[in-house]
Design a protein around this ligand. Structure first.
Ligand SMILES: O=C(O)C(=O)C[C@H](O)[C@H](O)COP(=O)(O)O
Length: 205
């Protein structure tokens, strides 16, 4: 199964901002216990590559890098063990670097023009970001009508409450979000709550 298929099988991608690499294992345990062994580690902090490496080396999670903005960050993510790369927008540099490394990449796209640029780069899966701010499910439906070959991973403003309606749309491969790994939960070490939210998410999707 390809990594993108694996993400599609899990249906929900937890978007992680973890500042302390020492907590990576506790987070990994919490995700696995909640039945959602997937993490998109955002490259928004200096520690991101270390957190990613610690989660990836466990072997029981599918770990990727998020907020990847440059080809240099693609290299960092790859070396740390990322199995997929996610960007908030579409950078041909980022996409081509991922393709050179055979690393699945999901660039952000929220307009028809951006989707066409992704198609030109040989991609068929995009992150619809920021999903709720860009019109939510009605926009996915409208874009999907024009691009039936494209799969979407809506992210940004997705919650336990609205995730199921996105996931019901056949063009939606998965959704991304931070609600089960909210930064305040991670900062406070509330791992049981992370597990509970993951389990609730799995049950609802
Ligand atoms: O910068 C990126 O590449 C991102 O991945 C942004 C994240 O998708 C959102 O921060 C998650 O959105 P929320 O679930 O609304 O917190």
């Amino acid at each position: 199964m390809s990594v993108l298929d694996t993400l599609g099988a899990h249906r929900v991608v937890p978007v992680v901002v973890l500042r302390d690499p020492a907590h990576a294992d506790a987070l990994g345990d919490a995700l696995v216990a909640g039945g959602l062994p997937v993490a998109e580690v955002t490259f928004r902090t200096p520690e991101a590559a270390t957190v990613l490496r610690r989660l990836a080396r466990r072997g029981d999670l599918v770990v990727g890098a998020g907020t990847v903005l440059t080809a240099g960050q693609v290299d960092l993510a790859y070396e740390a063990g990322a199995r997929f790369v996610v960007s908030p927008g579409l950078s041909a540099d980022v996409v081509r670097r991922c393709q050179a490394l055979d690393l699945p990449v999901i660039p952000g796209a929220s307009t028809a023009t951006e989707i066409m640029a992704a198609l030109d780069l040989g991609l068929d899966t995009v992150k619809f970001f920021p999903a709720e701010a860009c019109g939510g499910l009605p926009t996915v439906k409208a874009l999907s009508a024009a691009f039936p070959q494209v799969r979407f991973v809506p992210t940004g403003g997705i919650t336990e409450r609205n995730a199921p309606s996105y996931l019901d749309h056949p063009a939606v491969a998965a959704v991304g979000g931070s609600w089960m790994v909210a930064p305040d939960l991670l900062a406070a070490g509330k791992w049981d709550e992370v597990t509970a939210r993951c389990a609730a998410t799995v049950a609802a999707s």
